[in-house]
Design a protein around this ligand. Sequence first.
Ligand SMILES: Nc1nc2c(ncn2[C@@H]2O[C@H](COP(=O)(O)OP(=O)(O)OP(=O)(O)O)[C@@H](O)[C@H]2O)c(=O)[nH]1
Ligand SMILES: [Mg+2]
Length: 343
Amino acid sequence: MRFIDEVKIDVRAGNGGAGSRSFRREKNIPKGGPDGGNGGRGGHVILEVSRDKNTLQELYFRKHLFAENGKSGAGRKMHGRMGADIVVQVPVGTVVKDEHGAQLFDLTNHGERIVLAHGGEGGLGNINFVSSINRAPKYAQPGTEGEASDCFLELKSMADVGLVGLPNAGKSTFISRVSNARPKIANYPFTTLAPSLGQVFMDDGDGFVVADIPGLIAGAHEGKGLGHRFLKHIERTRVLLHLVDVLHPEGQSITSQVQEIESELKGYGDSVWKKERCLVLNKLDVLSTDEREKALQEARHLHPHCYIISAVTGEGVKPLLYDLYAIVKRVQAASHVESEVSE
Ligand SMILES: Nc1nc2c(ncn2[C@@H]2O[C@H](COP(=O)(O)OP(=O)(O)OP(=O)(O)O)[C@@H](O)[C@H]2O)c(=O)[nH]1
Ligand SMILES: [Mg+2]
């Protein structure tokens, strides 16, 4: 099944029910007064953020969200019933844009609810219009129309650490080793077709979330391969972990593999390129001690924060996780300070 992270939806709240224009009719009371009740409010269309949702799949198959109209008021001062609201669950990290692409909401908290389209107000029944000069008003209000619009929903996953690298670098192997995520792993490129998130638990019970995305290739930011569509899922991460295969796939040196990914990150834009990064050489289990040292030296020329690990045997993984955790905490603290200053 395809991973759905963008949908266009047609949203219509219910119209308000009309107020009633009614007069009491009872035996022995020849001129019963007005008794028309109010119309009910139209149903709202509501989005609710849920951490149990991972994609916008459900909305892809259900593009029209139409809430129920309010019922009209009736005689004997009876108010019309409210139209039922529609509540749709969306994943944490869903961004809502209007039909022109302007951002309306950024839904980042589990349990948060927003009204995407408000139901119309019910009209007032004629009992509301009685006055000293008009004891029998024949007027009742119609209900107002519910809001209607086209909206775009886009999922931008929420994770602390984003994994990037060429296909087959071992990203999915790494996330399976360190977190509860279990993506497919295989010895061919583009095994991963959709992002997945995994929670890493540290010894103190705290931890961080890692996002695995499909492999990137040259030209990804212009639409080549699978990667560019998924780069938005690492836009919100605090740190990038750039994984490199030391096996020199297709004869590519470490330097050329690193440069290929870096130019994609740069091409995508500052939201990704300016992020703090760790360069991690993977598959050290296939190297001799001398070869490891050589590989690390090459990497250190390219980047200040370098590691060498084996995602399969776990060697070198623990120290990397401790450092990642520290960076996540530091960047998090800095962004809090930044947002306090800007308030
Ligand atoms: N020897 C060795 N092989 C590894 C290591 N990590 C991953 N691999 C192997 O490399 C291959 C690719 O691993 P994946 O984890 O699927 O790679 P990926 O980066 O997620 O690949 P895509 O999803 O296609 O981008 C698999 O055959 C893994 O078993 C490692 O540390 N050592
Ligand atoms: Mg993968």
